[in-house]
Design a protein. Structure first.
Length: 265
């Protein structure tokens, strides 16, 4: 028999997951995926039947790969379909940390960037997590001030973890001729240290397949080297695609991450 969640205390419920107590281990919790999908700071909302299972597979495969890479994450195991066991947080950091390799999305509008511009080194930015305020960007110079003048080691750890995670996943997806374009992750404090938490699924990043067998991904702008119209991420939902097509994109991601177990570290 599976876990009877009706008998467990619900600790928190977000847009795509529910967190339950784990009575057998007070240092861990159950993270159960939902079929919900949202965009536009939660304004757009739909149910895609079967999405929870697909997201759970992708999340499991990515976190198991990152754990093998030595990234400090909250993920422990997946005891049954749509459910993961993760370390219980002492504190959730109310930030979204975004790392970009290729310019696209909102940065084209507020940052005045040209689509396809390649960032080397990667750029990482902090957003205050609040739908009502539209996840505003934190001033980068002030973050640097906190890190260097106020001993803001948590920001430094998040920057380093986000960049390391990006590099590991960029290399993994490259095995399948896909470019990791950008990525949004979240963090929490466990036993005084910063840990990568939450989920990593099709809603966490942008993925663009290569447009050529041997793309030149070291030039200043790589838009012509990548197939942005063949994207494998939640942008298909943001752009109003049919829900079945959106689901098929998420399923394609899960098929790729299923092979991460064979990717050498």
């Amino acid at each position: 028999m599976g876990i009877n969640f009706k008998q467990l205390k619900k600790l928190n419920e977000g847009k795509t997951k529910v967190i339950y107590e784990n009575p057998s281990d007070k240092k861990t919790v159950y993270m159960r995926f939902k079929d919900d999908i949202t965009a536009g700071d939660g304004v757009k909302h739909d149910i895609i039947e079967g999405k929870a299972l697909v997201d759970w597979k992708t999340n499991r495969d990515i976190f198991e790969y990152l754990n093998r890479c030595g990234v400090r994450t909250h993920y422990l195991s997946s005891p049954e379909e749509k459910v993961s066991i993760v370390k219980k947080l002492d504190l959730k950091i109310n930030l979204e940390v975004v790392t970009r390799r290729v310019a696209t999305g909102s940065i084209l509008h507020w940052g005045g960037e040209t689509e396809g511009k390649r960032y080397d080194p990667l750029i990482t930015q902090f957003h205050y997590k609040d739908d009502f305020l539209h996840d505003p960007l934190l001033d980068e110079s002030y973050i640097d001030f906190i890190v260097h003048k106020k001993n803001g080691t948590e920001y430094k750890q998040m920057r380093e973890l986000n960049a390391d995670t990006f590099i590991h996943l960029e290399k993994a997806f490259a095995h399948f001729k896909i470019q990791l374009v950008d990525m949004k992750l979240e963090y929490g404090i466990i036993d005084g240290r910063v840990y990568l938490i939450d989920e990593i699924t099709g809603g966490s990043f942008r993925l663009w397949p290569y447009a050529k067998d041997e793309p030149n991904l070291k030039q200043d702008n790589v838009l012509a080297e990548l197939n942005s119209s063949g994207r494998l991420d939640k942008d298909t939902y943001r752009m109003g695609e049919d829900l079945e097509k959106v689901k098929s994109k998420f399923e394609a991601i899960a098929m790729i991450t299923d092979k991460f177990k064979d990717v050498s570290i």
